[in-house]
Design a protein around this ligand. Sequence first.
Ligand SMILES: C[S@@+](CC[C@H](N)C(=O)[O-])C[C@H]1O[C@@H](n2cnc3c(N)ncnc32)[C@H](O)[C@@H]1O
Length: 271
Amino acid sequence: MRVLVLCVPLDDAELASDRLWAAGACAVEERAADGSTAELRTILADSDDVSLARLGRLAPGWTVSFLDVDDAPAQTWREFSEPILVNDRLVVRPAWLARVDSPDVLEVEIEPGGSFGLGDHPTTRVSADATWRLTTAGSRVLDVGCGSGVLSIIAALRGASRVVAIDIAEAAREATLDNAARNGVTDRIEVSTSAIEHLSGSFDLVVANILAPALVAMSAHLRRLTAPDGRLVLSGVLAGQHAHVIAALAPMRVVTTTELEGWASVELCHT
Ligand SMILES: C[S@@+](CC[C@H](N)C(=O)[O-])C[C@H]1O[C@@H](n2cnc3c(N)ncnc32)[C@H](O)[C@@H]1O
C-alpha cells in the first residue's frame, strides 16, 4: 500500500486536509509531527505520479513523501463488519459475508477494495436510503464520487434505465465495475473517471456524497445536470454547517434535510 505523507505548517493543517479530501482521499490521518508541523497521511493512488498530479501545486512550506505500508493490519476491520440495514427493505452486505436472503429485501453485495462506500458510514446510509426512495423504473441517475459504486448499484437494482458513475479515483472506477458485476447490473452503469464538467445530459436523480469544499466547487454542474423536475441529493456535509453549500446551489431549493450521527443529507429541486 502506497501512503502519501504531506507535511505542512500546523496552521495549514485544515487547509491541507481539505485539499486531500478534494483530491479523492477516503480517509486522512493527522499526526502532530512536532510543535510546528502537522503530518497528514492518506492514499490517493497506486502511482506516486498520479497522486502528485491529483494533489496539485503545493503551498510554500508543504512537502510530500511516500511510504510503503503493509496493509494486512489495516484489513482486520473486515472480521468485525456486518450487513448494514439501510431501511427495512434494503441491506448492503459486505461481499465476504453470507447472504441475508430475507424476503422483500433488496440485498446489495459490496467489496469496497481500496475505495470508500461499504455502506456503514452515516453519509452512505442516508444517501443509499435517498437513492432507494427516489429511483423509479426508467430513472436516469448520476452518482458523483461513486466510491465502491454502492449508490449506483442500488439505483440500477431499483430499475434505473441509465446510471452514470464518476469518481476522480481510479480505485473507485475499478471497485464500481467489480461491484456492478457482482450485482448483475454491469449493462446499466457507465463508470469513468471523467470530470463532472465534461458530462452532459439531464438526470432525474443526482447523488453526490462528497465533502463540502468539493460540492461547492462543482455546484454549477450539479445544478446543470439535475433535470428540471429532478432531485439532487447531497451528503458528506456536516449537520448545521452546510448553509454555504445550499447557497452555492441557489436558486435550487431544499426539499428536505435528514441528519444522521452529525452528518446531513440534503435533497434539493429546481422549483
Ligand atoms: C465519501 S466517498 C462516497 C462514496 C460512495 N458514493 C458512498 O456514498 O459511499 C467520496 C468519493 O468522492 C470522490 N471524489 C472526491 N472529489 C471528487 C470530485 N471532484 N469528482 C469526482 N469524485 C470525487 C472520492 O474519490 C470518493 O470516492
